[in-house]
Design a protein around this ligand. Sequence first.
Ligand code: HPA
Length: 263
Amino acid sequence: MNEQGANTQRAAARVAVIGGTGMNQWPGLQVIAQHAAQTPYGAPSAPLLDGMLDATPAIFLARHGEGHKIPPHAINYRANLRALADAGVRSVIAIAAVGGIADWFAPGEIAIPYDLIDYTWGREHTYSDGSEGAPLDHVEFTQPYAPALRSVLLDTARASATRIAGQGVMAVTQGPRLESAAEVRRMQRDGADMIGMTGMPEAALARELGLNYACIAVSVNWAAGVKGLGNIHAEIEQSIENGMSKVRALLTAALPEIHSESV
Ligand code: HPA
C-alpha cells in the first residue's frame, strides 16, 4: 500500500500532545505526515506532526518551535490551539516543565494540576478579541483543566504504576527569566504548588475552542528560594530526563484510552 493509501485507512488523530522544554520531540511517535498549518492568527510554532503512538493516532506540536527557539511570551498560542482544532483534535495533553513549590513536588516528579493562577501579561490570550466576526464569549473557567481527561491520566498512571507525585495548582509566569525568591513566596501564599511559563493562555484558548485540555507537569527544579539558594540550572540538567521518561510512560499508557473515550 502506498503512503497515501495507508493514510486514508488510518483513523484521524483525536489527541494532540503539546511538548515543551525537555520534550521538543516525541521519540515514541512514528511520524506519518507533517502539516505546515496556517490559521487566521498566523502559523503555529512548528509543523503539526501526525503519527502513531503504537496503534493510536496522535498529533505532536513543539510549543517552542523547531530547535526550541520561541520564548514563552512570544509563542503564538492562538495559532497553536486553532491549528490543532482545525486538524480535528478533541483532546490536548500539554507537557510543561515547572519549578516545584510544594514539598511533595521534587525535581524529577510529575503531577496533574487541577487549577491555575495566571500571572502573565501582554499575551494574545483570547479569540474574543473584539475583532470583526469574533464572538464575545465569557467562557467558564472554574476548572481550567478538563476533569474527565485528568481522571484518565490519573487512572492510567495508577494502573501502569507510573508515579504521580500529586495534583496541585499551577502558577503561570511571564518568563523567560526565573522568579525571585520573594515572588515565589508570594505565589506560595496565593496557593500555588508549582510554577511554569506556558500554561496560560494555552488552557483558556483550549477552553474557548471547546477542546479538552489537561497538563502533565514535570518538576525540573525547586522554585527559586524554596530549598535555599540552589543552582537551578544544574538541578534542571540533573532531573529533566528522569521526569520526561515518566511523561512518555504515562502518554503510552493513557493515549489509547483518551483516543477511544474521546475525553
Ligand atoms: N519557574 C518558572 N518556570 C519554570 C521553572 C521555574 O522555576 N522551572 C521550569 N520552568
